[in-house]
Design a protein around this ligand. Sequence first.
Ligand SMILES: CC(C)(COP(=O)(O)OP(=O)(O)OC[C@H]1O[C@@H](n2cnc3c(N)ncnc32)[C@H](O)[C@@H]1OP(=O)(O)O)[C@@H](O)C(=O)NCCC(=O)NCCS
Length: 328
Amino acid sequence: MASGVSIEVLDLRHFAAPLLRTVLEAEGEVWRQRLHWDYRASAKLLMQYLDSHMLPGYVALESGQVTGYVFCVYEETKAVIGDVFAMPEGDGASHAGSGAAHEVEETLLRHLFETLLNSPQLCRIESQLLLHPSGTHAGSFRNAGFEVFRRLFMVRQLESAIPDPRVELPAELELRPWRDDDLSAAGRLIAEAYKGHSDSEINDQYCSVQGSMRFLHNIARYSGCGVFAPQVSHVVLDRRTRELIALVLGSRVSPQSGHITQLCVHPTYRRRGLARMLLSIAADCFVKLGAGEISLTVTAANTDAIELYRTDGYEIAHTFDAAVWQRA
Ligand SMILES: CC(C)(COP(=O)(O)OP(=O)(O)OC[C@H]1O[C@@H](n2cnc3c(N)ncnc32)[C@H](O)[C@@H]1OP(=O)(O)O)[C@@H](O)C(=O)NCCC(=O)NCCS
């Protein structure tokens, strides 16, 4: 290593949560500074998994101290690399992703790639390292045979009052807040809305109704991306078929920050202002919950959606990479 510090890389399953506490706290600080995201709930969940000693991954050990980790989760024949992080040197978050920390993360990733790529049962590996600026680990992913997709983290500052967001809907359409039993219909809508879409290449859950329902379960039932906010989430349905034709889902990633976890409109109903209306309704609800900003992520190739977000006041605050490996 350039820093001259030697690191040992060991199996994550041998390490109980308290041994990673310092690293997770340092990471939480980076999430807070860079994305205004309260990482404590995610860290708590991760620590529960660590204590079960079943989470696949590696830790970096320097002079007997854990200074970094990487982990993945398996979903049948797919692995999802959930995170890689190494302690920033010096005094703070601004050093993350550079120098020795960067090298530790690259070393951890190489170990995980080697394990995963040599697992014959695996057909696919996905990863979205939201915290790391685009390009940070792109070279390592590409060298291991991954395709890399640039994604944007966009933020809209919220004024105290959003102009009345409702538009007059055609008689056959109905707007209402999200209900728990919308999950199956929402799964059907997502699978339809993302057919042939670049985001289905990044997240293959979008390719099927069942996969989309797994995605929704994770968002709405297990708060996999912040704490799900049913008050913010809305659907539009066709009164005749009772099928959903558009939806927006929101969650809270900190008391001040809301996050749009999903926005989609059935292809038949596009360019009628439905997405813009749903975004405004979500913004209005977030203001009422006391949030000062909303964030969302979008693939750089999704120019239609980016145009919508820009005209709605969202600006790029950060970029990151998604990576996909598919067995030939
Ligand atoms: C992106 C998406 C949600 C837009 O839904 P929509 O209801 O058609 O959007 P709206 O009618 O509210 O359009 C609002 C603005 O977005 C932009 N926009 C939307 N679709 C566009 C397109 N095909 N081409 C160019 N601009 C487009 C335009 O600025 C548009 O305003 P305008 O119609 O006054 O020009 C929809 O295309 C969709 O579901 N796509 C697949 C899923 C997806 O990409 N979701 C976003 C993931 S981050």
